[in-house]
Ligand binder design. Sequence first.
Ligand code: G1P
Length: 286
Amino acid sequence: MIKKAVLPVAGLGTRFLPASKAIPKEMLPIIDKPLLQYAVEEAVREGINEIIFVTSPEKFSIKNHFKKNKKIESTLIKSGKQEIAEKINNKIFSKVKFYYINQENQNGLGDAILHAESIVGKNPFAVMLPDDLFFSEKSCLQQLIEIFSEKKSSVIAVNQIDKENIHKYGVIKPDKISERIMKVDDIIEKPNADEAPSDLAVCGRYIFNPLIFEHLKSTKPDKSGEIQLTDAIKSMLIDEEVFGTIYDGEKFDCGSKEGFVHATIALALRDDSINESVKKIIKDIV
Ligand code: G1P
């Protein structure tokens, strides 16, 4: 039912400079896979077959990464490295259509999503922020899709965040329906800890009805001149119910250096080909 996903990837990645000067932040690897590929795989596994990257012209390596590379593939096959060749042209991407739309100016997340309107059209769609890396038995996106299928209203993934960090996120005022599901009564972008309506922060997965575009168009820029997706969601609450669900699983915030390192260590310890030596390295260092 949800066939399209919008992935905003135009940001400068200032926290990761100088690494992100020539390599887009989203292309930095967690072990051996670019961060962005984890989100794309999550989408494709849940049946999404159109991926819309809202990006910038300097980030051409994203396009190179997701297009088929027959040359390297045939070189690897000729030298008997079939298994590695499959990593180059991942089979699960063969039926996926990738779009690249340029966001000329850094006018915020809301503006980025609005850039995808002509391709999304009148369909419900997912928004995935690739900085947020999720691991769970049932993917974060699938958890949202199930609620969307039942409610036919926009759905946001949230998780509990401690007071010291709540100012980094969009925060909802929940009206509890069940243990994990709630109606969103209000939503505030990056509130001070004292003004936060709850400890439930928006994490980087959403499913929207196309109505969100109308609200994005009428959303005014915030103090820093950015159009916030959160403000458009708040405005949409007048016209449509929006639901939140507490994401059940692990989350790494790879937009921060600590989160990136955390994800790298966690995945290294799960990788059978290196985990024993990584354990030893960590033990030696500590
Ligand atoms: C964005 C959203 C924020 C959300 C967060 C999740 O903020 O604006 O509402 O909680 O993603 O990662 P950003 O991290 O881009 O500053």
